[in-house]
Design a protein. Structure first.
Length: 141
């Protein structure tokens, strides 16, 4: 009986350790996926802004792009016309009038997309937004 108690405790400790590592890895994987998605959004935002400036495309461009992307990638979310407008707004917020540093891009891609939308919707200046981004990162980790 005593042996079973030791085995049970050792097993429970091992199980708890493995469970904690799996959860930690799941969180890291989700954050990595989020970061890569936001890097994609950043490049899409840059493409949209560049093309709209050089070709003088109007808002129907975003509607068409949205429809084409959703048709091509039906299992992916994030390509609605509304979200493409957010992507463009997000890119413009951080990059308009100046060259944005890689450090800032690295920071804004560490927080979830929904948080990014809230930050750019509520903040008037990039410096203020970065303050909130940095604090979000601090509390997520």
């Amino acid at each position: 009986m005593e042996y079973n108690l030791i085995f049970d405790k050792e097993y429970k400790d091992l199980f708890a350790d493995i469970k904690a590592r799996i959860r930690s890895t799941q969180i890291k994987a989700a954050l990595s996926v989020n970061s890569e998605l936001l890097k994609l959004y950043w490049s899409i935002g840059a493409d949209i802004v560049f093309r709209q400036k050089s070709a003088k495309w109007g808002d129907s461009f975003l509607l068409r792009l949205s429809r084409d992307l959703m048709a091509e990638f039906p299992d992916m979310k994030g390509f609605s016309e509304r979200n493409l407008k957010y992507i463009r707004q997000w890119y413009l917020f951080y990059s308009e009038g100046k060259t944005i540093g890689q450090q800032v891009v690295a920071q804004i891609t560490q927080i979830p997309w929904g948080h990014n939308i809230v930050v750019i919707s509520k903040c008037k200046a990039v410096k203020e937004a970065i303050f909130y981004v940095q604090n979000t990162i601090r509390y997520i980790n």
